[in-house]
Design a binder for this molecule. Structure first.
Ligand code: PLP
Length: 446
């Protein structure tokens, strides 16, 4: 695109569009990155410059942009059926993807409820959990346990359970309370312990909570092994094991939000598989379609399903749905994506790439402002600090993360730090050579 036309479009954007998670004032001095096309792990701007999509376009791209198999599935489907409501109807793409997904999850998660994004996948789990207890005669079981620094989406219910203060700011009056547990933020351990040397004491408060409030708790929600938006906090599998042991037989649902961690990002198809802890609800989205089209899903057990199975008159229907629930194009894309998982050893390849990343990122500790490096699978984060000894953060107004973002663009990297946490959330399809190139560019960026 020529510069004149590009500038014209940008000025329309400035005049009419409001971007998410963006202080629009940024655009006073800096144009938004004007993306024209995507191919594999690269995005290209309108001037033809290539950038590594190091954050998988907000953590969803799995097989790369413009993947022929997914593209073909969507194209085929659009000629057959584009959209139909899903109440009282069904269609082949939804049935086929459900059938295929069943092969990737434990048998216990035998029921799938479709929605259209990650937040709605979470909302569905919350509502199903509360309604289940209501059916069982325990209407007082209507509160949730959630984690500081947790993130579950931006709708009011999902946001209520989120623990990132900036995101909730003015909405206190709209959100409902949940019972908070300290986050397993190992670099800044809430229990004052050293990283890697603990008995998961940050779960100790749950013991008291269970003693006092067990009868009010419908479920506990968390992002297994990797808390994304809270700062890419990676924590050990033993956390999930201890959690499972603590709530065993306590009649509290375990809700895993794998919207970000699903689809091999952590080195197993789902992160919970690393710990062998199976939840009562599994919320998925993002990578479900390979990251190409919006789709969400909430998987749960036959026990939960059966509690809703009744005559209308009994008032047990799940009155929840979205216009684009199980959209045929999205479900066709999801099926194609899952087929790629069957055809290719993606999970195994992530394990190999994790090793490369793990070994290569160590060198970044030499930078005086890199306080912590943490990672799992395709996700590796660098917490930037002003003082490494004391772990003192940079002042907010210094905008260390923003500076890294701007510098990264010059080196062909689309980074989008979370505050002062710069991270790579790489597409699973990235090659070993591309990983090395990416890290080299990140080095130069720093
Ligand atoms: N849950 C987690 C763990 C997420 O990371 C996100 C989004 O980043 C969501 C839920 C919300 O998903 P969506 O943005 O599709 O609503």
């Amino acid at each position: 695109m020529n510069t004149h036309l590009a500038k014209k479009f940008i000025s329309i954007d400035r005049d009419f569009i409001w971007h998410p998670y963006t202080q629009m004032k940024d655009f006073e001095h800096k144009d938004p990155l004007f993306v024209e096309r995507g191919e594999g792990v690269f995005l290209y701007d309108v001037y033809g410059k290539a950038y590594y999509d190091t954050i998988s376009s907000w953590w969803c791209i799995v097989h790369g942009h413009n993947h022929p198999h997914i593209k073909e599935a969507i194209t085929r489907q659009i000629n057959i059926l584009d959209q139909v409501h899903f109440a009282g109807t069904t269609h082949e793409p939804a049935i086929r993807v459900a059938e295929l997904l069943r092969e990737f999850v434990p048998k216990r998660l035998s029921r799938i409820f479709f929605s259209d994004n990650g937040s709605t996948a979470v909302e569905v789990a919350l509502k199903m959990a509360v309604q289940y207890w209501h059916h069982a005669g325990f209407s007082e079981k209507n509160t949730f346990v959630s984690l500081e620094y947790g993130y579950h989406g931006d709708t009011i219910g999902a946001m209520s359970l989120g623990g990132v203060p900036q995101f909730k700011g003015p909405f206190d009056a709209l959100t409902f309370d949940s019972i908070r547990l300290p986050a397993p933020y190992c670099y800044r351990c809430p229990m004052g312990q050293e990283k890697g040397e603990c008995d998961i004491d940050c779960l100790n408060p749950l013991e008291d909570i269970l003693k006092e409030k067990r009868d009010q708790i419908a479920g506990i929600i968390l992002e297994p092994l990797l808390m994304g938006a809270g700062g890419m906090l990676v924590y050990p599998e033993t956390y999930l094991k201890r959690l499972e042991a603590l709530i065993k037989d306590k009649e509290i649902f375990l809700i895993f939000d794998e919207v970000a961690t699903g689809f091999a990002r952590t080195g197993e198809m789902f992160a919970f598989m690393k710990a062998g802890v199976i939840p009562d609800f599994l919320c998925i989205s993002k990578g479900l379609t390979g990251g190409i089209l919006p789709l969400g899903a909430t998987l749960t057990t036959e026990d939960v399903f059966n509690s809703f199975y009744a005559e209308y008159i009994e008032g047990k229907t799940f009155y929840h749905g979205h216009t684009f629930t199980a959209n045929p194009l999205s479900t066709a894309a999801a099926r194609a994506s899952l087929e790629l998982f069957k055809l290719n050893p993606i999970v195994e390849s992530v394990k190999a790439k994790e090793l490369i990343l793990q070994n290569s990122v160590k060198a970044f500790m030499d930078f005086p402002f890199v306080g912590d490096i943490r990672g799992i699978g395709m996700v590796w984060a660098f917490e930037l600090v002003k003082d490494k000894e004391t772990k003192t953060p940079f002042p907010t107004e210094f905008r260390a993360g923003w500076k890294v973002y701007q510098e990264g663009l010059k080196h062909g990297l689309i980074l989008r730090p979370l505050g002062d946490v710069t991270y790579l959330f790489l597409p699973q399809c990235i090659t070993k050579r591309q990983i090395e190139d990416c890290l080299q560019r990140l080095w130069t960026t720093f």
